[in-house]
Design a protein around this ligand. Structure first.
Ligand code: ADP
Ligand code: NA
Length: 350
């Protein structure tokens, strides 16, 4: 079987926020000891929206600093930026030829990100899920810890792996490089694993502080909608104070959060930051007004985030160190990537 390997990434597009931290980075920490982990700054994904080159470099270093400040250990995990490892682009091209137009047409993130002017979106934005499949399968990663917003892309990754395994099954068998795996009730052999999402806990999806029906996002034009990892204590407190809520007090049980997206979101954030669950938060705060709960949440957020913010500043000041981490990570990732690509070239007849 495949050895447990984790891949996950974040785009260097600035405004790294609480959703990225709780939905991704914080959950990566625990995996470092039990799995081989690759944590990637996916600058090639950022290119799909044509960023300014100087900003792209700056944000790549900023996200790297955020990883390290949060406790990602570059000795345990491989930390690198995607564009350093050319095999990502190479495998993405192969997958452009494996994935079907119909699959990509169903992706909701493309529709969201392209907006009304679809004719003017980059072709890269459209095939983005194929590059994401390449990121994951280049390392034959078995597990991907992502927020629940990425579920659809991960299903596409599995579809790509399965179609590749099927299309080339004879060739994979004759080269003797298939790996046995369980698919449903069936025992099959394939080259790429069917990667599992690791989506769990209260931080599945952190919503905007201004609109409980939209996810907290880097690209939301309202800065009040998100808590940025670089926000200072006063800014965090202000954003939580101004967070949209309904006029009711907190319910006395978690079921009472149903149909109250803003209350549910704030309780979920509290649970994720304190490492508990919504039940525990409601046990402590059920029946209380938001005017009580919000300051407690603000204090907790500041206590958890300010050490990270400070450490991020310190690490960002040492550009040579940040660059050396990326260079070393890129070299280690390249070795693994080339191992896979050598086989892929053999399989497809290059
Ligand atoms: P964004 O969607 O803000 O541009 P990315 O696409 O770079 O962020 O996502 C990076 C990681 O952060 C992914 O694993 C994604 O699932 C997670 N993530 C992003 N936004 C949220 C959110 N609001 N709640 C939980 N996880 C999130
Ligand atoms: Na995302």
């Amino acid at each position: 079987s495949f050895k447990p390997l984790v891949f996950s990434g974040i785009q260097p597009t600035g405004n790294l926020h609480l959703g990225n931290y709780l939905g991704a980075i914080k959950r990566w920490l625990d995996l470092q000891d039990s799995h081989e982990c690759l944590y990637c700054i996916v600058d090639m994904h950022a290119l799909t929206v044509n960023p300014d080159p100087v900003e792209l470099m700056q944000f790549t270093r900023e996200v790297t600093a955020a990883f390290l400040a949060s406790g990602i250990d570059p000795k345990k995990s491989i930390v690198f930026n995607q564009s350093r490892v050319r095999q990502h682009a190479e495998l993405a091209w192969v997958f452009n030829c494996v994935a079907r137009m119909g699959w990509l047409n169903r992706m909701t993130q493309f529709k969201d990100k392209a907006g009304k002017d679809r004719e003017n979106a980059s072709a890269g934005l459209f095939v983005y899920p194929n590059l994401m499949a390449a990121d994951i399968l280049l390392y034959r990663a078995t597990h991907v810890p992502v927020g629940d917003d990425q579920k659809q892309h991960l299903e596409l990754t599995r579809d790509v792996a399965q179609k590749f395994n099927n299309d080339y099954s004879d060739r994979i068998a004759s080269l003797g490089i298939g790996v046995d795996m369980q698919v449903g009730d069936e025992q099959v052999s394939g080259f790429f694993p069917l990667t599992e999402p690791m989506i769990s806990g209260p931080a599945m999806r952190i919503m905007s502080l201004r609109d409980g029906t939209k996810k907290m996002s880097k690209s939301d034009p309202s800065d009040l909608s998100r808590i940025n990892l670089v926000d200072d204590a006063d800014t965090i407190a202000k954003k939580i104070r101004k967070a949209k809520t309904d006029p009711e007090a907190l319910p006395s049980d978690v079921e009472g959060l149903a149909g109250r997206p803003e209350a549910d979101n704030l309780v979920g954030i509290y649970a994720a930051l304190s490492g508990t669950d919504k039940e525990t938060v409601i046990r402590d705060f059920g029946g209380r007004q938001f005017s009580d709960f919000k300051p407690a949440l603000a204090d907790l957020a500041v206590a958890r985030l300010s050490p990270i913010t400070e450490e991020m500043r310190r690490i960002s000041g040492d550009q040579a160190y940040v660059d050396s981490v990326l260079k070393d990570g890129g070299e280690r990732a390249s070795v693994l990537a080339e191992e896979t690509m050598r086989h892929v070239r053999d399989i497809i007849g290059f």
